[in-house]
Design a protein around this ligand. Structure first.
Ligand SMILES: [Zn+2]
Length: 425
């Protein structure tokens, strides 16, 4: 384990005793939930103010930042007070590290990771196989510095079980806001039997996330409420990795989208919309969704509408880059490869255009399309797209809070949990 990785882990364990564990040890017992930690940081990046501060000391208790002091601090009084109260205490010295808020990835798929065998795995793996793998991906994501994610779709609600296990301290992972199953239409990007031979297709229904009317939309959202989802993910346009012919055709009517959004907002859910094509994006924004994911072929009218409606944009440039590379390496069936080559190169330019136009942008990566844990590469791509470095860090920390929860709140306050690599800069 490298020095950097160890520091990262130490900081996380100290801040999230229930949610985090070191790479070598099992999760801590619930008794350490009230741990008091004093963290000495060489520098602290205040993303809310957009400023790098000098030496800073944080006092963290039960996962919440209680005090923040400029310069160093005598930790002894805190040790004595913790001992007197019977609380565990740690003094963590990070003499050459920069502290910053835990990162938020607004678009992950923690229950799978794409590979050459993904299409045939569907016939060999059970939901339990995906659930077990998700615990590995969740830990990898946490150790990469991402302490909160929105999980935008799975096939069997495995990410709801994963969220519950993380919250209970059974497995280490980030705070997860789960959309449960995807919601889409027959033959569309979310149809779990897309591309199957006829006798295997069945007829997926609202309970499987497949809707074909506004009434179905209400039923699917209510099923998500029953299943314990935190938000809703819909598919108003075609997608790249399914076996349909188009990545950009509209796949939901305006009425279906409006029905999903109205139902979702009744239950306190936000709605994230996967959309590549200009028409799918337009309908999603007019239908009232809270965010557009990917947004590849966003046109001037879409940008204008998104600004008017205050719709968030989550570009996921890294996913576009990854599928474009893998298409050249023969990973996909021919029509998926064709779509990957069509979509991949466009997202970065779209992200730059949207930023310049003043669309609200949040950090999200589509993790699971590319290997989990490499989420931070998106920062580099966002800068290449023309966004300032401080802006992209804000997009992954302070900017998105209002969208993660409708009222801007977290179940637990975000603590400073990540050490920004490379150290010393
Ligand atoms: Zn996705």
């Amino acid at each position: 384990m490298t020095m950097h990785r160890r520091l990262l882990v130490v900081a996380m364990v100290s801040c999230f005793p229930l949610a985090a564990a070191t790479a070598d040890a099992p999760p801590r017992a619930a008794s350490s939930a009230d741990q008091v930690s004093v963290l000495d940081c060489a520098r602290l990046l205040d993303t809310a103010a957009g400023k790098m501060l000098g030496e800073t000391t944080l006092v963290v208790e039960a996962g919440h930042i209680k005090e923040m002091h400029a310069g160093s601090l005598d930790a002894e009084p805190y040790r004595r007070a913790a001992n007197a109260a019977g609380k565990p205490f740690r003094h963590i010295k990070m003499a050459d590290a920069t502290c910053m808020p835990g990162l938020i990835d607004s678009h992950t798929h923690l229950t799978s990771e794409f590979s050459k065998s993904t299409y045939s795995d569907r016939f060999r793996l059970n939901p339990a196989d995906y659930a077990i793998r998700s615990t590995v991906y969740a830990k990898r994501t946490l150790l990469a510095g991402f302490t909160t994610v929105r999980n935008l779709g799975d096939d069997h609600n495995e990410s709801i079980a994963l969220r519950n296990a993380v919250n209970a301290g059974i497995v280490p992972g980030p705070h997860i806001f789960s959309a449960g199953q995807f919601i889409g239409t027959t033959g569309g990007h979310a149809d779990p039997t897309n591309g199957y031979r006829w006798d295997l297709q069945g007829d997926p229904a609202p309970k499987d996330g497949i809707i074909n009317s506004p009434a179905d939309a209400w039923k699917a959202v209510r099923q998500h409420y029953k299943d314990g989802a935190d938000l809703i993910k819909i598919m108003p346009s075609g997608g790249v990795l399914d076996e349909g012919t188009s990545a950009e055709n509209p796949q939901m009517t305006l009425e279906e989208i409006k029905a999903v959004v109205t139902a979702a907002h009744d239950y306190g859910f936000t709605v994230a919309a996967h959309a590549h094509g200009a028409e799918g994006i337009r309908r999603a924004v007019l239908g009232g969704v809270d965010s557009i994911e990917h947004g590849t072929f966003m046109d001037a009218q879409d940008i204008k509408l998104m600004k008017e409606h205050g719709t968030w944009y989550v570009p996921t440039i890294i996913a576009g880059q990854f599928v474009m590379e893998k298409a050249k390496q023969g990973w996909f069936p021919p029509q998926v490869a064709r779509k990957a080559e069509q979509v991949g190169p466009v997202i970065m330019a779209t992200a730059g255009k949207a930023y310049k136009a003043g669309v609200k942008i949040a950090f999200g990566t589509d993790a699971g399309v590319y290997p989990h844990g490499e989420n931070a590469k998106e920062f580099e791509y966002m800068v290449q797209a023309g966004m300032p470095a401080i802006f992209v860090l804000q997009a992954a920390t302070t900017l998105r809070r209002e969208e993660v929860r409708p009222d801007g709140s977290y179940p637990r306050a975000p603590a400073l949990t990540s050490i920004l690599p490379p150290r010393g800069r």
